[in-house]
Design a protein. Structure first.
Length: 274
């Protein structure tokens, strides 16, 4: 990946990137703590969000809230270019303490209404705001301020487009993976072995695994594991002991939890304690 522009700190991560010869194996599933705004510039790909597949065309914008699984699926080696902006909700505290601008992220079902097309933005196009963010200043603080200056109107544009979208009657036909994802998220800390899921949905383990992998780009266990790890991290940051968070989030073996936590977050759970 070649970064044309990049900024990163604890609450904000923004990059404009291009892969000249993209390989789908280099784009695993993402489930993270921050909210994300993704803008597709060019390439040949589709985007998977919680099992829902979105076809990408130039100007496609997608939003994902924290813990909402997503993955780009590369279809060919055509150069792949995009903007991606990750942010923590606390960057809005000073101007939007009630989180009204986060309505499009929060007030919808997982994997639903993530996509916005160019035609849904009337007064200003998101790409104009993203391009304005790509300016480096003399200091880190000034660069961040510039990104935030254009993040706020971008969120406002998305909010307006979302409200217009909500007025439309959209009926999406559900499938077995939609039901499976809903069930997993509703019973995240219960017994979610492949055998128990197969019994619940009256499908063989191999059928269920194949359908899930095709729709989400990852295995059922990897999906559950990352979601549980994020929940555990949130609990630990809120003051819950590491051992208690491990147990409450469905992990039966502490050593396995500890190793998985380090592998996914690149630090031990003790470092996330208050």
């Amino acid at each position: 990946m070649s970064s044309i522009f990049e900024y990163r700190d604890d609450s904000l991560y923004f990059h404009h990137s291009i892969d000249n010869t993209p390989n789908d194996n280099n784009f695993p599933i993402h489930i993270h703590e921050q909210f994300e705004i993704y803008y597709f510039i060019s390439g040949d790909a589709v985007y998977l969000v919680e099992g829902n597949e979105y076809k990408l065309t130039a100007g496609s914008l997608l939003i994902m809230r924290n813990a909402e699984s997503h993955k780009v699926k590369i279809l060919s080696d055509k150069p792949y270019e995009r903007f991606s902006l990750h942010f923590s909700p606390n960057v809005l505290d000073c101007i939007d303490p009630d989180n009204l601008l986060l309505s499009p992220f929060i007030n919808r079902n997982l994997g639903q209404n993530n996509l916005f097309k160019v035609s849904e933005f009337k007064n200003i196009q998101p790409i104009e705001l993203f391009e304005c963010m790509c300016k480096k200043f003399n200091t880190h603080k000034e660069t961040k301020l510039n990104i935030l200056t254009f993040l706020y109107p971008l969120l406002s544009c998305i909010n307006t487009a979302f409200n217009n979208k909500e007025k439309q009657i959209i009926t999406n036909k559900r499938n077995i993976v939609d039901d499976l994802i809903e069930y997993i998220n509703s019973h995240l800390f219960s017994d979610l072995s492949l055998e128990s899921l197969s019994a619940h949905f009256f499908l063989s383990s191999s059928q269920l695994s194949r359908l899930f992998k095709k729709s989400t780009g990852t295995s059922i266990w990897e999906y559950i594991l990352i979601k549980r790890l994020l929940s555990a991290k949130s609990k630990i940051k809120s003051g819950t002991s590491v051992t208690t968070a491990c147990i409450e989030c469905g992990f039966k073996d502490y050593s396995s939890f500890y190793r998985a936590y380090i592998k996914h977050f690149n630090n031990s759970p003790n470092k996330d304690k208050l």
